[in-house]
Design a protein around this ligand. Structure first.
Ligand code: PGA
Length: 253
């Protein structure tokens, strides 16, 4: 039985005061539900990670980074390594979020290096995969998602991949208010699980958590998570209000 997992991706939002207020609200509100029945994480901007980690430290809410660099240290101006993230209390790291792929220009090869470095550094990566609207319309959804999964996990053993959570986030549903229907999402989650079983084995594919992301909110969370292969949600906009995010966590319990 896979434990549900709800993660909030704050993207480039909040400031020093509001990040701590939001984290405190989530930590206080999820005292009842988080931990035992559902894993919860928040992913603030890098500069607020430390303060947010402090604000949630006495709760079971974990902290994740929105990105990571694959080198451990050295002359890589502006980049942040796995060991730095571990050092300030991070548990998770998003790898290959669609905004990094499509706005910043990250390739599958770079995503794979980041994910590999995250695991080597003791972090739990969340590999984000998903097709553009034009790719869905062109009938390429499975091809694109399969490439993101295969290339993202390239070179990793089943044992290493057991540290990974996959997030299926159709790009056309991110921040648009257009959510994939539970059927559309379930279909892709089942496709990803089958692919993992073909690439590795059944046991591993059965154990790995696959989250859905793309305009998830309290009103659609329960229905999405009632699908057999949807193990939780990666939430953007609705994670910026404690009340909404807590509503989504409740739906996962
Ligand atoms: P959204 O973002 O919930 O605002 O659509 C999801 C994500 O990008 O992870």
């Amino acid at each position: 039985m896979r434990k549900p997992f709800v993660a909030g991706n704050w993207k480039m939002n909040t400031d020093s005061r509001s990040s701590v207020a939001l984290a405190t609200g989530v930590a206080e509100g999820s005292v009842e539900s988080a931990g035992q029945n559902v894993d919860v994480a928040v992913c603030p901007p890098f500069v607020y990670l430390r303060a947010v980690a402090g604000a949630v430290s006495s709760s079971s809410v974990a902290v994740g980074a929105q990105d990571i660099y694959f080198e451990e240290k050295g002359a890589f101006t502006g980049e942040i390594s796995a060991s730095m993230l571990k050092d300030i209390g991070c548990t998770y790291a998003l790898c290959g979020h669609s905004e990094r792929r499509h706005v910043i220009g990250e390739t599958d090869e770079l995503v794979n290096k980041k994910l590999t470095a995250a695991i080597a550094g003791g972090l739990l990566p969340i590999l984000c995969v998903g097709e553009l609207q034009s790719e869905r319309e062109g009938g390429q959804t499975e091809e694109v998602v399969a490439r993101h999964v295969k290339e993202g996990l390239a070179g990793l053993s089943a044992e290493k991949v057991s540290a990974v959570t996959v997030a299926y986030e159709p790009v056309w549903a991110i921040g648009t208010g257009l959510t994939a229907t539970p059927d559309q999402a379930q279909q892709m989650h089942a496709f990803i699980r089958k692919l993992l079983s073909d690439l590795y084995d059944n046991k591993m594919a059965d154990a790995i958590r696959i989250l859905y992301g793309g305009s998830a909110k309290p009103g659609n969370a329960a229905e999405l998570m009632s699908q057999g292969d949807i193990d939780g949600l990666l939430v953007g906009g609705a994670s910026l209000k404690a009340e909404d995010f807590l509503g989504i966590i409740q739906a996962a319990v």
